[in-house]
Design a protein around this ligand. Structure first.
Ligand code: ZN
Length: 492
């Protein structure tokens, strides 16, 4: 008989500056699936779970999958929600009849009680399993990795792509390393080196810039007989915790001092490139000015609002970019999402085709990204907000914006949603009757993930900072708990 393996997926990227607490419902809004339900929905998609199952098939494992859960990035996870996620996993592990454990985690979860949510989950697991059973985890490239995580997990494998398109591949890699541990071929542990920075300043972009070279060096290092995974995490700067920042991890055996020297060499490179920012962050009026003059011979102008990216825990209700586009008179444009459940509910009380007066967006914290816009809009479409992804990141996966409406104001179609999600798949527009390929201007809220599905048809891509919660200008945030001194707050 093959080995018996316990698996689970738990993901949250916690923006500790957000006023929106992350509770059980927030997970149910993204996904919360148990056992076979999770395997059926996610087991053959681009997910960590699918990679675990690939390894399991290759090695004849018997897999018990406990649950798959994720919430959209938002504020700290409540104690009740955290316990609700951890308890079934810890309880299953406590039965003690597993040979190994494989977890797909994010690595930047903060709870009301714990700065290191993943580390606390691993601590609870080790409390019932002891230290001997091999435990492998995958992490997002934007993990804020703690020493605790590296001490408690034998194997740590982080994504190597941003946009993230290698979830399944990394899951499989972690599974293959776990198999070698179970077969007693290897006995790896994971070491960690950090840099005094809030994040790798390009957020870990892997399509351009120096991160590509560092990841190539990591991949080459993984070919050594004593090295099984090398991970370079860009960090997640919207977390006011001591461990925020980039890290280099090496899962290996043998001469750990030599592995540490290698990890430090990459960390030194990251530090050395701290001033090399690849994005040109325009202000919203400059972006609107470019949009007004843009000629879309080779495809639309894509304007990414970096700062209001719900994928990093911004509210998605910043109005500044929309205001600028309306003020400039930009036409044949679409904009999404404007996350405003109150407005969506109001619109659902009207019929399609009606004109509706409403206050749109800017309601959660107008200090970041502007207050509500008073508009008269034509209601184009109402929807329950469900869609199925079509691109590299979400292909085949179901998701929902909750009650959703499309409104038209002057020359701009606006996607008004109830649930905050970043735009990273064309289906997030197309499912609601908006074809971004045929628009002159596409304004969306995302930092980098949109590139996977939107760059192929874009005429030009620009990035702006609306001043919303995920502004790249960290001095606008009140950091009190990160380790000091740190770049760019104190160090230059
Ligand atoms: Zn990420």
């Amino acid at each position: 008989m093959g080995f018996k393996i316990l698996t689970a997926e738990v993901a949250h990227e916690s923006n500790t500056f957000s006023r929106v607490a992350t509770d059980e419902q927030a997970f149910r809004n993204r996904y919360f699936l148990t056992g076979d339900e999770a395997v059926n929905e996610r087991g053959d998609k681009n997910t960590g779970l699918a990679g675990f199952l690939d390894a399991g098939r290759a090695h004849g494992w018997r897999i018990d999958h406990v649950l798959s859960a994720a919430a959209g990035p938002s504020g700290k996870v409540t104690t009740a929600a955290f316990d609700w996620l951890c308890d079934p996993i810890v309880e299953a592990a406590g039965k003690k009849d597993y040979d190994g454990i494989l977890l797909a985690l994010h690595g930047a979860m903060v709870t009301d009680l714990f700065d290191d949510g993943e580390g606390e989950l691993l601590r609870r697991l080790r409390a019932v399993t002891g230290d001997d059973i091999p435990l492998a985890i995958t992490l997002d490239l934007h993990a804020n990795v703690s020493e605790q995580m590296c001490e408690l997990a034998n194997v740590v494998v982080s994504y190597k792509t941003y946009p993230h398109v290698d979830m399944r591949e990394r899951g499989r890699q972690a599974g293959e390393i776990l198999q070698r541990c179970l077969a007693r071929e290897i006995q790896p542990r994971t070491i960690r080196v950090d840099c005094p920075m809030l994040e790798e300043v390009n957020g870990g972009r892997t399509d351009v810039g120096p991160m590509r070279d560092w990841l190539r060096a990591a991949g080459e290092r993984e070919r050594r007989a004593d090295t099984f995974a090398v991970s370079i995490n860009g960090g997640f700067a919207s977390a006011d915790i001591p461990d925020a920042g980039p890290t280099v991890l090496v899962t290996a055996e043998g001469d750990m001092d030599a592995h540490r020297v290698f990890a430090q060499s990459i960390a030194d490179e990251i530090w050395g490139h701290r001033h090399q920012v690849l994005n040109d962050y325009l202000d919203v009026d400059a972006a609107a000015g470019i949009a007004l003059k843009f000629e879309s011979r080779d495809g639309p102008l894509i304007i990414a609002d970096y700062a209001d990216n719900p994928g990093a825990g911004a509210y998605g209700d910043s109005t500044e970019l929309l205001r600028a586009l309306l003020d400039a008179g930009v036409s044949n444009a679409c904009f999404g999402p404007m996350v405003d459940a109150e407005a969506a509910m109001l619109l659902h009380q009207h019929r399609e085709g009606e004109r509706v007066r409403l206050k749109l967006g800017g309601k959660i914290d107008p200090r970041f990204g502007g207050g509500p816009l008073e508009l008269e809009a034509e209601l184009v479409l109402k929807s329950e907000g469900d869609y199925v992804g079509g691109g590299l990141m979400l292909g085949g996966l179901r998701a929902s914006f909750g009650p959703t409406a499309v409104i038209r104001v002057a020359g701009i179609e606006i996607l008004v949603t109830s649930v905050a999600q970043q735009i990273l798949d064309r289906q997030q527009f197309e499912a609601f009757g908006i074809r971004p390929q045929s628009r002159r201007v596409v304004a969306l809220k995302s930092m980098q993930h949109f590139r996977a599905d939107f760059e192929p048809f874009a005429g030009r891509v620009i990035v702006c900072d609306s001043g919303a919660l995920c502004t790249p200008d960290y001095r606008k945030l009140n950091y009190t708990r990160v380790r000091r001194p740190i770049f760019p707050l104190d160090l230059d």
